[in-house]
Design a protein around this ligand. Structure first.
Ligand code: ZN
Length: 282
């Protein structure tokens, strides 16, 4: 099942093609079926809670309104309190940057202020000479998760999966020693386009393209630490809230972005997250 957050495109005044009651100024949550978005009632976080552990059997209330996907603007599929990331979770990527594979998950945070929607531009900051894409699988938490017991199943806390680009100022990352600045610029966390409630982690693949040219390609099964192990590890440290996003690490093939580039991150079974890149603003 594919869920999304969306808003209707703003039509130029005087050219409204929709009934007044259909023009929602605020974001809605929807389910995507056959290229149509069906609006759901309820807050996204509530809907995620219903889904976690219930998956395809969850009962979701529809408002009865629907639109072609091409007529809505997709928004980031959740509004997280935090984005928790894993560094060096693919052996080949650790190697390409001259690092050892970690013995336990290496975690860091990106601020929610870095989030942008599918199709929204990534802005290169003036103070970095080297900004890289990092295509990743993202996991969105469905229900509050903290200090899991040995019998707790981490996957029962998952609301769904999406694509994420962990945009990184590589020169600042090396210079700073810790990663808050390099990973934290506004626009450095595109994620979406939709939340897929179940994927086949054992067989799904990840691909990143820049201007249509494939740069990263991996099986999710190549991760050093599994999604379950990552959730268990993070939940020892911090309470994961519904809507929180976990970025599971990038495979090898990272590289730089330049103004005018179009970067796409695809995960099989989910879809493609696409953003273009613009130079320093203002
Ligand atoms: Zn990353």
């Amino acid at each position: 099942m594919k869920l999304c957050r969306f808003q209707l495109f703003a039509f130029p005044s005087g050219e409204l093609t929709r009934e007044e009651h259909e023009v929602h100024p605020q974001p809605s949550t929807g389910i995507i079926e056959n290229e149509e978005v069906w609006e759901l009632s309820g807050e996204p976080q509530e809907i995620l809670g219903v889904l976690a552990g219930n998956g395809a059997h969850a009962e979701l209330a529809r408002t009865g309104h629907n639109w072609p996907v091409s007529e809505v603007q997709l928004l980031p599929p959740s509004r997280p309190s935090k984005i928790v990331c894993v560094g060096r979770n693919y052996a080949e990527h650790a190697k390409e940057l001259g690092n050892e594979a970690p013995r336990e998950p290496l975690i860091f945070l990106k601020p929610p202020s870095a989030i942008i929607a599918p199709e929204e531009p990534i802005a290169l900051p003036a103070i970095s000479q080297r900004v890289d894409y990092e295509g990743e699988l993202a996991v969105v938490i469905g229900r509050r998760c903290h200090a899991l017991g040995a019998d707790d199943d981490p996957s029962s806390y998952i609301g769904g999966y999406t694509c994420l680009n962990d945009v990184t100022a590589r020169d600042l990352q090396k210079g700073d020693g810790q990663w808050t600045r390099a990973k934290g610029f506004d626009t450095f966390c595109p994620f979406g386009p939709v939340l897929e409630t179940s994927i086949d982690l054992a067989h799904a693949t990840l691909e990143t393209r820049v201007n249509g040219i494939r740069k990263q390609s991996a099986c999710l099964a190549e991760m050093i630490f599994s999604v379950d192990a990552i959730i268990r590890h993070m939940a020892q440290v911090m309470t994961l809230e519904p809507g929180d996003v976990i970025a599971t690490g990038t495979p090898s093939g990272v590289g730089p972005l330049a103004p005018g580039d179009v970067v796409e991150v695809s995960v099989s079974g989910i879809g493609t997250l696409r953003n273009r890149v613009v130079g320093p603003q203002g």
